[in-house]
Write a protein that binds this ligand. Structure first.
Ligand code: CP3
Length: 347
């Protein structure tokens, strides 16, 4: 259940483009390896095990909120979790990235994908959300999330991270029916998963399309946008939706054709120029995460540039342009949150 105080929170108001007294801020990967407490937990349990323990996932989510004083929590999980019950064989290598042991290589592999029912197969995430929403006690809204179909498809096809997405694009161009079937499967699963997260207690959701910026605008329009429109329309109205990607400067007018309330942008575009391209929606971003590895003067200077470009307009949520990196000094992360609140204060 969404409590009254969550409905009134600065974060949710900003997502709805209502005027607020200061700019809300949360950070992608606000819970993670830059924190000593997180590394301590991870020395005892594997990453997947942590995601699958509702109690531990709740603990690291709430810890980040309390340490940083951010305006929203994001449930500790991973965009790749739904690929495991699809039958793709997910694991995280020590010190490395994710690996899918049974990647999609041919049309028959798309047909062989298992049906995923979020309430059955991803129940641990829903339980973690329910526990965390209760622990945050209506004071801080909780964000649910999922990967966007393109970004999920890229992992499912490449079998892990990729530089040029060659296998993904080859399948997209050469096996149009299989691509369409895969995107439809991923869209409907993601829609059901996000709705289940909202029912479990998420007050807003973010869809991560981290790697969609590798596409030309015309390929995005043809092969991705119709699926994104359908996915976002299915979730629309239940909770505000943030649609995030990186390297999307050329895609922003197309991404904003979806019904998402807010578009998340990275630092490769000026915030005001990004907002102009997005049009009548809110914007989230967009500090370069590596600025957090500089001194306080530089962090303050760059934060002020972004806030000046937003110019107090309703609908700005401050964030990094991508996740907090492991080498980041924790005190700088805390300082960023403080300085956003101070510099943007309007009351
Ligand atoms: O605080 C939060 O933002 C919530 C937790 C969260 C994680 N992953 C935890 C995580 C979220 C929202 C994600 C999203 C995610 N996962 C994305 C989209 C955002 C992005 O970064 O572009 C992607 C592409 C993934 C896939 C993924 N998960 C990769 C490529 C990796 C390995 C690289 C890395 O950064 O470690 C992960 C692992 C992962 N997901 C970690 C965390 C905290 C590190 C795991 C560890 O503890 O060793």
């Amino acid at each position: 259940m969404v409590s009254t105080s969550q409905l009134d929170s600065v974060f949710i108001k900003s997502l709805k483009r209502e005027l607020v007294n200061y700019t809300p801020v949360w950070l992608m990967r606000q819970a993670g390896r830059y924190q000593k407490e997180y590394r301590d937990i991870r020395s005892r349990v594997g990453f997947l095990e942590l995601c699958k323990s509702p109690e531990l996932a709740c603990e690291v989510t709430v810890m980040a909120v309390e340490q940083l004083g951010v305006d929203a929590g994001i449930i500790f999980a991973d965009i790749l979790l739904p690929l495991e019950p699809m039958g793709l064989g997910l694991r995280f290598e020590k010190g490395g990235g994710p690996v899918l042991d049974n990647p999609i290589q041919a049309v028959k592999d798309v047909e062989a994908l298992q049906e995923v029912v979020p309430e059955r197969d991803l129940d641990y995430v829903l339980q973690a959300i329910a526990l965390t929403a209760r622990a945050l006690d209506g004071k801080t809204p909780l964000i649910g999330f999922a990967g966007a179909p393109f970004t999920l498809a890229s992992y499912a096809i490449e079998g892990g991270g990729s530089r040029n997405y060659e296998r993904t694009k080859r399948l997209m161009y050469n096996e149009k029916e299989a691509w369409d079937a895969l995107m439809r499967r991923l869209s409907s699963l993601t829609g059901a998963y996000l709705i289940a997260q909202i029912k479990a207690g998420a007050s807003a959701v973010q869809i991560f399309d981290s790697w969609v910026g590798c596409l030309s605008p015309s390929d995005y329009s043809t092969y991705v946008l119709p699926h994104m429109k359908e996915l976002i329309a299915a979730v629309k109205g239940r909770a505000p939706i943030i649609y995030f990607g990186t390297m999307t400067s050329g895609l922003l007018p197309l991404m904003s054709q979806t019904d998402a309330e807010v578009i998340g942008v990275d630092w490769r575009i000026d915030l005001d120029e990004g907002w102009r391209l997005i049009g009548e929606k809110g914007i989230q971003g967009n500090l370069d995460p590596i600025v957090l590895q500089s001194d306080r003067d530089e962090i303050k200077r760059q934060t002020k540039i972004i806030l000046d470009k937003a110019a107090g307009r309703a609908g700005h949520v401050f964030n990094l342009g991508h996740g907090v990196l492991p080498e980041t000094p924790p005190d700088n992360v805390k300082y960023l949150v403080e300085i956003v609140h101070i510099l943007s204060g309007r009351s």
